[in-house]
Ligand binder design. Structure first.
Ligand code: NAI
Length: 699
């Protein structure tokens, strides 16, 4: 049982004890109801304190029970709260540190609440596409007032207990303890003081009114609609809180339950819950136990102060880790340093960074032209030109100077990390750290595991990535790793669509309507069309039988590389990122189509979305099968964090699961019939075919 029961004089104390945050799993719930029964049966007990052991009152639902029947097993949270309300002896919640979700709903069911300062209080269910489901939408407005309660419920963000206690007329906290340390003692005293008070106060009996309710809820709805257009839950929070002001308590509870249950089954909530779990799962590597010892990383060196080197350095400076940057020439160092400065100064100007923080970060950055100055660094990340010859030189130098045990990482996006590791006498210390541009902004980090990369190196890099606030996903070595290998197939399909009758704007619009941050052609213009061109030229040599549209090559031959040249698939005005369709490009596509003898056809948005997304999915299935990615949810994280895949769709694999793999395979078989497409590519990957045939899903 994960709750403790003790009696101190006339007060029974029930302490939830389910680390790390006293999640309200089944055994904790049983512990609470058992404690209540004992206390009510014991004539020596006059009142009850309910609190949490360790670092929280309670963080709410137990994520270990997510989606399992145990989560709903009796006593469920609603029954526990009812048992608390029905206790014939007063129950005082003593909240501290963390009081969130079901934890707050439980506290709201208690007769009294005493809070320690510094406690984070929240109803974060909206972040999982839900509304609070155990009375939070009905009790919090009664206890705190309608407006602050709705703010908390719709944002899901935590507010400190001492701030909430200052809200005029609030009944959320009957008392604040002087400090976190004195909470237990003050709660005991409070419980003794109220032991004879009858009738026992209940939040459900408090009035719930807004003086201008209709107007207020209309404003709230307008606001929420604008901000949360693809998510149903925030609007439902407004409905639920409004019902607290209009319906009787029990009717409001039933309404809340109805909404909660309906939201549970929406694709948006499923996606958000999937991401919640996927994010936690990404840091777990199947054969690297969590207790693998980690190397100590106190200082970092970065080789190359170009686009990526500068951004990478900023990540570490932001985390308070000193960085030494090396370049070949002083001018390159000065230039790189200048860009970092400018980036920080822009943040200071916007008020996002304080001047002293900026200075503090810059003071952690030093530069050098000599490898010998790097030898004390615990970790070095190389971001020089993408040429094997250059990487060879750099890694041989690093092997010569770096102290034993230092981690040697490469930011290469296309080269073989095993080959790079072989330039050193310590391949076990070599790993890929593939950042995405701009490296100081993008959340994704692909950690490339070489054949010989040591487990403690991987464990260390995963821990470091957390420190620099990246979502790290492990990928094996292959061309393009997870993300870029998939995007190549997506790009190939985009090319076929142009040949068959689409314009770039039509494809982009369809994908953006689907929810992608940017369609494929706008993305190409942003990343630089020359990058794809270089890769294709290589492919024409390596895989002469692979089918490609040549339209993108024609574009590049015109020098239209994208935003950096002011012209790509679209035109750009200096200083702006708006993509302006260009008639010449459209004509170029039409002429090429005519030259191929293709009669254009009208292609639906559905077909565009399916071909592009399923191209990702099929390649991803190969990636999974080859063990390049260890789980489907890792692939989802790559696309959500690095490629602008819509959050509410939960990533390409989760989306395919939602569509149903059987349906996905059916569509692929249809695409394979299209003579202008690549029939061989549309053969479902064996893993995908198998899962579809067995009626299973990726996740
Ligand atoms: P960049 O051309 O902006 O910067 C490279 C820098 O390395 C230059 O400042 C150059 O002076 C310096 N350099 C070259 N050889 C050197 C040597 N032997 N010793 C010390 N410094 C040297 O290139 P960028 O874009 O920063 O790319 C660097 C690496 O990051 C490449 O491996 C690239 O594939 C990878 N990458 C690039 C991404 C991007 O979007 N640009 C994304 C992810 C990875």
């Amino acid at each position: 049982m994960t709750a403790k029961y003790e009696v101190h004089g006339s007060v029974a104390v029930i302490t939830m004890n389910n680390p790390p945050v006293n999640g309200l799993g089944h055994s904790t719930r049983v512990g609470i109801t058992d404690g209540l029964q004992k206390a009510n049966a014991d004539t020596a007990v006059k009142s009850i304190v309910l609190t949490g052991g360790g670092k929280a009152f309670s963080g709410g639902a137990d994520i270990k029970e997510f989606g399992s029947p145990k989560a709903l097993a009796e006593p469920n949270l609603l029954s526990v709260i009812l048992a608390v309300e029905n206790s014939s002896k007063p129950v005082v919640a003593a909240v501290h540190s963390v009081c969130m979700g079901g934890g707050l709903e439980l506290a709201l069911g208690c007769h009294y609440r005493i809070a320690a300062p510094g406690c984070s209080v929240a109803l974060p269910e909206v972040k999982l596409g839900l509304i609070p489901g155990a009375g939070g939408t009905q009790r919090l407005p009664r206890a705190l007032g309608v407006e602050p309660a709705l703010n908390m419920i719709v944002s899901g963000e935590p507010v400190k207990s001492e701030l909430l206690a200052q809200i005029p007329g609030q009944k959320l906290f009957d008392k604040m303890s002087a400090s976190a340390e004195s909470l237990a003692e003050e709660a005991l005293a409070y419980a003794q003081a109220v032991s004879d008070t009858r009738p026992l106060p209940l939040v459900r009996n408090l009035p719930c009114k807004h003086p201008n309710g209709d107007a207020y809820f209309q404003f709230a709805r307008n606001m929420v609609k604008g901000m949360a257009k693809n998510f149903p839950a925030p609007g439902k929070c407004v409905d639920a809180v409004e019902s607290a002001t209009k319906k009787k308590f029990d009717e409001g509870m039933a309404f809340e339950r109805e909404i909660f249950t309906a939201l549970m089954f929406t694709p948006e909530s499923r996606s958000l819950r999937h991401i919640f779990m996927a994010e936690r799962a990404a840091s777990k590597i199947p054969d690297v136990p969590e207790d693998t010892p980690k190397r100590d990383i106190q200082s970092v060196a970065v080789i190359g102060a170009g686009t990526m080197g500068g951004g990478i350095a900023m990540n570490f400076l932001n985390a308070g880790i000193p960085v030494k940057m090396l370049e070949m020439k002083q001018e390159a160092l000065d230039k790189g340093l200048g860009i970092i400065r400018k980036n920080y100064e822009a943040q200071v100007k916007k008020g996002k960074l304080k001047q002293d923080k900026y200075e503090q970060r810059m003071s952690l950055l030093t530069t050098t032209l000599s490898y010998d100055d790097l030898k004390e660094a615990d970790m070095v990340i190389e971001a020089v030109f993408e040429e094997m010859g250059v990487k060879e030189k750099v890694f041989k130098e690093l092997d010569r100077v770096m102290k034993p045990g230092a981690i040697l990482a490469s930011n290469t996006s296309t080269l073989d990390v095993n080959q790079i590791a072989a330039f050193t006498k310590r391949p076990q210390d070599v790993v890929g750290m593939h950042f995405f541009s701009p490296a100081n902004v993008m959340k994704l980090l692909e950690v490339i595991r070489g054949e010989k990369t040591a487990k403690d190196v991987l464990a260390t890099v995963m821990a470091v990535s957390k420190k620099i606030r990246k979502t790290a996903v492990v990928s094996g070595v292959c061309d393009g790793f997870i993300g870029n290998r998939m995007i190549e197939q997506y790009g190939r399909q985009s090319g076929f669509l142009l040949d068959e009758g689409c314009t770039p704007a039509q494809v982009d619009k369809a994908m953006e309507k689907f929810g992608m941050a940017m369609g494929p052609f706008r993305m190409g213009d942003l990343a630089g069309n020359d990058i794809g061109w270089a890769i294709r030229k290589r492919r024409y040599q390596e895989k002469p039988n692979m089918k490609y549209s040549k339209t993108a090559d024609l574009l590049c031959e015109k020098g239209r590389f994208g935003q950096k040249t002011g012209a790509g698939w679209y035109d750009y005005v200096p200083g702006k990122r708006d993509a302006i369709p260009n008639a010449e490009v459209v004509k170029m596509i039409e002429d090429h189509r005519a030259a191929l003898g293709i009669t254009p056809r009208k292609i639906s948005d559905d077909e565009i979305v399916q071909r592009l997304v399923y191209a990702l999915v099929n390649e991803a299935a190969h990636i999974l099968e080859e063990g390049i990615a260890s789980k489907a949810s890792d692939i989802d994280m790559v696309y959500l964090m690095g490629y602008g895949f819509p959050i509410y769709r939960g990533g390409p694999m989760n989306y395919a699961d939602q569509v149903g793999l059987f349906n996905v395979v059916q569509s692929m078989q249809r695409f394979a019939q299209n003579p202008l497409d690549d029939a061989a590519f549309w053969q479902p990957a064996p893993l995908l075919a198998k899962l579809a045939a067995e009626g299973k899903s990726f996740n």
